[in-house]
Design a protein around this ligand. Structure first.
Ligand code: SAH
Length: 205
């Protein structure tokens, strides 16, 4: 956390409100100049309730969090003063503005609430990133394997008199929709085809 020209720092009230996260306050870097505080960051987002400069690109907190995780360099997210926000001049140092979508008539949140929403999005993006990276599920089977499963399924449903081939209606299409949603993997297709074979054999008896 970086603070630019804080009115009072350190401050007993702030430490009390930090409720155990006072180490973050304690380690905050304090700057006299806004420009100086940003000089080590490669990407700077300015959190702003209002779109003031028509040409400045505006991102949602979700898009901001995704970009933050993608870049391998320090990223700053700048928040403004509680009563007056960030000046246009301060926003000019930002690569993007981040705007939390709110009711049009009530766009300006308390700074703590704004920080919390953006921190939440960063956290969620990190979870998503990590779960994608560590996802160990094998790749779904090919369309050809699915086609073989559907053939097997259709034959079995006819064998057990569940599907009337002269009046198939939409049954197979509906079953395709169901299985296509699941993105089956090899072992799952094997189980299903094993069940179908067992049903066919039982029916023959
Ligand atoms: N009257 C000021 C209010 C600032 S609120 C103004 O309209 O600019 C304090 C800070 O919280 C803002 O500078 C901004 O960094 C953040 N903030 C508040 N509402 C926000 C929103 N909807 N989207 C993004 N940041 C917001």
């Amino acid at each position: 956390m970086c603070l630019v020209q804080p009115k009072q720092f350190p401050n007993a009230d702030a430490t009390a409100r930090a409720c155990g996260a006072d180490d973050i306050l304690f380690n905050a870097q304090v700057f006299d100049s806004y420009e100086e505080s940003l000089k080590d960051y490669s990407l700077v987002f300015g959190a702003s309730a209002r779109q003031r400069m028509i040409t400045w690109p505006v991102l949602t907190p979700t898009a901001c969090a995704e970009q933050t995780l993608q870049i391998q360099a320090p990223v700053a997210i700048v928040f403004g003063r509680e009563n007056s926000g960030l000046t246009n001049k301060e926003l000019e140092h930002c690569n993007y503005l981040v705007q939390i979508p709110t009711d049009e008539n009530f766009s300006s949140l308390n700074v703590a609430a704004a920080v919390q929403i953006i921190a939440y999005e960063l956290r969620m993006a990190e979870f998503k990133h990590n779960s994608l990276a560590s996802s160990s599920l094998p790749t779904p089977v090919s369309a050809e394997t699915m086609e073989q499963l559907y053939q097997h399924l259709e034959h079995t449903l006819i064998d057990i008199n569940f599907l009337n081939p002269n009046q198939p209606r939409l049954l197979m299409r509906r079953l395709r929709r169901l299985f296509n949603r699941s993105q089956l993997i090899d072992s799952e297709v094997n189980i299903l085809r094993g069940i179908l074979t067992a049903m066919q054999e039982k029916h023959k008896m």
